[in-house]
Design a protein around this ligand. Structure first.
Ligand code: DCP
Ligand code: MG
Length: 436
């Protein structure tokens, strides 16, 4: 596929409509917990971030569909979730509690979920020529060259079944001639859904849906649209585009097009990172060389481990040391050839840190870059600052595996996000709606 101007439903140069799959795993973290603890299958499961077993602090990262029945949802405080769905253990001591109306709480184990996510991504890369990984549990596939519209449903079912059988977690899949319709389709029949929207059906599929389901329409925009009498995607598609543009600017025109099923973005590959890094802030700046070294060692080990899981070899090893107030210093060493050598990462990182032995440091980081992959994909050097926001997801509870989870977000460097960073082969992203 070439040229970004092809309209959905408009055949490409080969006379075909694009076939886009959007794959999103069902209650992903909870599904991972169930994979390794099968007794949790069919039970209400809540995965808490910043949560410790038996405690009530933290926030809900996700809840199984059984737990959602009790009103437990992502980003809710664990305390509130416990009010709605007490712990199973509580039923043992409290005879008034019905054990069936209690749930299982587990803390986030991001490393494990990432390894499960990698298994899923392997299948996706095996199924499509172009895969755009959006997050740990979500990706777009362009399979135009792998199947045909007449048999696209069977193709998608095969991908879905492979994930279930080979990885042991379920996915919901949407199939459509463009990305935004595919995403809405995958969400349409969750969990374990498969929804196919054929090229001529996109607009009629969208029409009855709430306008809030259109990619880029958040709760605030949805409210403003309601004030204009626009409730459904069909209302939006039939609205006066000039009025929308007057009210919302260029975005209004884009939402109008999306509601009409028009989305000419091509699926562009993303997912093989340019670099992998991990960083951690001290609660207070420290000049203790041992503390700094120890932290850097732990980060080096984690980064090397991630690289190995992703099948990445690296040629450059770097550290970052943030000195007060906000000076970001990086030091790097390049190797004569690509390696997978965790001990070397640690050794080089500690050596590079030596320069900061006498300095007060408030944050340290370790990065490997100049990555190459076993599959032969070669990428170039990345920076600390290339981490891009996930497509369209306005707010996540984030990945709270930093050493000091209480460290406030900062705007001076790239710390305003997960402490695990993967710089992107496509830092600009491709969706002008992604940042709403
Ligand atoms: N996540 C998080 N904080 C949030 C939302 C999600 O930490 N506010 C994490 C936990 C999820 C994972 O990201 O398991 C994937 O996010 P999804 O939005 O896809 O949610 P789920 O996969 O859990 O559920 P669904 O079945 O609705 O996709
Ligand atoms: Mg999901």
């Amino acid at each position: 596929m070439t040229g970004g101007s092809r309209l959905p439903g408009t055949p490409d140069g080969d006379g075909r409509d694009a076939i886009v799959l959007h794959v999103d795993m069902d209650c992903f973290y909870a599904a991972c917990e169930r994979r390794r603890e099968p007794e949790l299958r069919g039970e209400p499961v809540v995965v808490g971030m910043g949560y410790d077993p038996g405690e009530s602090h933290g926030a809900v990262a996700t809840a199984s569909y059984e737990a959602r029945e009790y009103g437990v949802e992502s980003a809710q405080a664990i305390g509130e979730a416990l009010d709605r769905l007490p712990r199973r253990a509580a039923a043992e001591t409290d005879p008034d509690l019905d054990p069936a109306a209690t749930g299982h709480y587990r803390p986030v184990d991001i490393d494990y979920y990432e390894s499960v996510g990698e298994e899923v991504k392997e299948i996706l890369h095996d199924s499509a020529d172009v895969v755009r990984e959006v997050s740990i549990d979500e990706a777009y596939l362009d399979v135009t060259d792998r199947t045909a519209w007449t048999v696209a449903e069977g193709f998608a079912r095969h991908v879905k079944n492979r994930i279930d059988r080979e990885v042991g977690v379920t996915a919901s899949v949407g199939v459509a001639p463009n990305m935004s319709a595919a995403k809405i389709a995958s969400d349409h029949d969750k969990p374990d859904g498969l929804v196919v929207v054929e090229p001529g059906e996109v607009r009629s599929f969208l029409a009855p849906l709430d306008a809030g389901e259109i990619h880029g329409v958040g709760p605030v925009t949805a409210r403003e649209l309601r004030e204009l009498g626009i409730e459904t995607a069909g209302d939006l598609a039939g609205a006066d585009p000039d009025a929308l543009e007057a009210r919302f600017g260029e975005r209004g025109a884009e939402l109008y097009r999306r509601a009409r099923g028009e989305d000419d973005r091509e699926v562009t590959p993303r997912g093989r990172p340019k670099s992998l890094s991990r960083e951690s802030a001290f609660t207070e700046a420290t000049d203790d060389p041992d503390r700094k070294r120890e932290r850097v060692r732990t980060l080096a080990e984690a980064v090397a481990d991630r690289a190995r899981r992703k099948g990445a070899l690296y040629r450059t090893i770097a550290i970052k040391a943030v000195t007060p107030p906000f000076d970001v210093n990086t030091r790097a060493t390049s190797l004569p050839g690509p390696v997978d050598d965790p001990e070397l990462v640690e050794e080089v990182a500690v050596e590079l840190l030596g320069e900061f032995d006498d300095e007060s440091v408030r944050k340290v980081g370790v990065r490997v870059s100049n990555l190459s992959f076993a599959a032969g994909e070669q990428t170039s050097l990345g920076g600390w600052d290339g981490q891009s926001a996930p497509d369209g997801d306005a707010e996540r509870t984030g990945v709270a595996d930093s050493f000091d989870a209480s460290d406030p977000p900062e705007l001076d460097d790239d710390s305003n996000g997960p402490t695990d960073a993967e710089t992107d082969a496509d830092p600009a992203g491709q969706s002008s709606l992604a940042d709403f």
